[in-house]
Design a protein around this ligand. Structure first.
Ligand code: ARG
Length: 463
């Protein structure tokens, strides 16, 4: 038998496929990852063909049993994948015919690989989205636990990476929580558009068989069938938006990782990551490197790259299906793998991290973090804010010239800058006083952090 006649589409061809072309056009070495979902889709398709009378009950049974056995073989690692059969779809279909005979050839009635692959990817991605949602939930929970523990922990808040105002570490961690909570919402929103069924579009125009797409959609747990057959086989928006949401998640991980890398340096010394989550240097014996957050930061690049790859893949495609779309899988698969590993890394890293509370406090005192509090104090005593800003600026300059903090100055020294200053200023200049004063919804006061953790817990449980 020539290799052309062995192919499911071999009938039209007089000569066998060139060996290079066979390798170049094949996708089975990566799309075999879709096997389980391909078979799930085929079983639903066969049942639907039975229901509308295109196949009889015996034929459906035989096809379903054959497919189930093939899936078991695949999952046991006992299946011979053939590049000559191009992709996962034709490998499975050929195995089915070998196993159950000619009735297997009826499975492909009323469908095409074009609607088949679009269906497979959506089924696969839906499962991955559910797993990602579970992982994000765990990450968010871990952050809430830490935020609650560190609700009173003082640290410098930064703008321009210069000391700005004191904040609580719990408040900082809740900022991370908000970023990831938005990512979780974006994935949930993306899932609504993933969960729509293209099967039935066939090659591009639909099929002349009396298919029942609503029934197939129901069997597969899809929300509904797609509306337009041409769009069904060509649309990869759902994959692009998934990767876009993933790129944002990775961007958030990258930012948090950057902070952890800085914080765990000797110069900052804010936190220390668990030994089990760090690696050493082959030449410098003292090193304990934060490889895990560094890699999280680094892996953002590949996901951003996949987003650009998919957008570029799609940008000039005429309707309907084009083979270009076979290139959608590797970026999508790698995005899912990267996101899932990154979630495991992020959540795994948090519990073993120790916080150097004394060092954080000392750092918060270092950069005149309570200068704004002094200005606000003067405003409450009737000075216009701009004038208060000027007065405090002069006080900071004087303190800085002999390397003292504002709170280290005597009352008389401070009063030299403004007679409005009284002894109660020393409460205002403390770090505790500064954070406690920011006592409103969204503020850094420990009381507000605890309240925010409570609200966040309720939100987590409601999604
Ligand atoms: N392996 C193909 C893909 O990933 C399946 C669809 C092929 N359809 C076709 N007419 N060549 O897109």
């Amino acid at each position: 038998m020539s290799s052309a006649s062995r192919k499911p589409w071999g009938g039209r061809f007089a000569e066998p496929t060139d060996a290079f072309v066979e390798r170049f056009t094949a996708s089975v070495h990566f799309d075999r990852r879709l096997a389980r979902h391909d078979i799930t889709g085929s079983i639903a398709h066969a049942r639907m063909l039975g229901r509308v009378g295109v196949l009889d009950a015996r034929e459906v049974d035989s096809i379903v049993t054959g497919l189930e056995q093939i899936l078991a073989d695949i999952e046991r690692g006992d299946f011979e994948w053939q590049t000559a059969l191009e992709d996962v779809h034709m490998n499975v279909e050929t195995a089915l015919v070998q196993r159950i005979g000619d009735v297997g050839k009826k499975l492909h009635t009323g469908r095409s690989r074009n609607d088949q692959v679009a269906t497979d990817i959506r089924l696969w991605l839906r499962d991955e989205l559910d797993a990602i949602d579970g992982q994000l939930h765990a990450a968010l929970q871990a952050l809430l636990q830490l935020a609650e523990r560190e609700a009173d922990t003082l640290m410098p808040g930064f703008t321009h990476l210069q000391t700005a105002q004191p904040v609580t570490l719990g408040h900082h961690l809740l900022a991370w929580f908000e970023m990831l909570a938005r990512d979780r919402e974006r994935f949930a929103d993306c899932r609504r558009r993933v969960n729509i069924m293209p099967l039935g579009a066939a090659a591009l125009a639909g099929t002349s068989f009396p298919i029942d797409r609503v029934y197939t959609a129901e069997l597969l747990g899809f929300e509904r069938p797609t509306e337009n057959s041409l769009d069904s086989v060509s649309d990869r928006d759902f994959a692009i938006e998934f990767v876009a949401a993933a790129a944002l998640l990775m961007t958030h991980f990258s930012r948090m990782s950057e902070e952890l890398v800085l914080w765990s340096s000797a110069q900052f010394g804010f936190v220390s990551l668990a030994d089990a989550w760090c690696t050493g240097s082959s030449i410098m014996p003292q090193k304990k490197n934060p490889d895990v957050p560094e890699l999280l930061r680094g892996k953002t690049g590949r996901v951003n790259g996949h987003l650009v790859a998919l957008l570029t893949l799609m940008k000039a495609q005429p309707l309907a299906y084009n083979k270009d779309n076979q290139e959608d899988k590797e970026p999508l698969f790698d995005t899912v793998d990267t996101v899932r590993d990154s979630l495991t890394a992020f959540t795994g890293m948090l519990p073993g991290m120790t916080v150097n509370t004394a060092r954080l406090r000392e750092a918060a005192r270092a950069g005149y973090a309570t200068a704004t509090d002094l200005a606000d104090y003067l405003v409450r005593k009737g000075l216009p804010f701009r004038d208060a800003h000027e007065v405090v600026g002069r006080a900071v300059r004087a303190a800085a010239s002999d390397e003292r903090d504002l709170a280290d100055m005597t009352l008389d020294e401070l009063r030299a800058f403004s007679p409005l200053i009284d002894a109660d200023i020393f409460d205002v200049l403390t770090l505790e006083g500064s954070v406690a004063a920011r006592d409103h919804l969204g503020g850094t006061a420990p009381r507000q952090v605890r309240a925010a953790v409570g609200r966040a817990r309720a939100r987590l449980d409601n999604i």
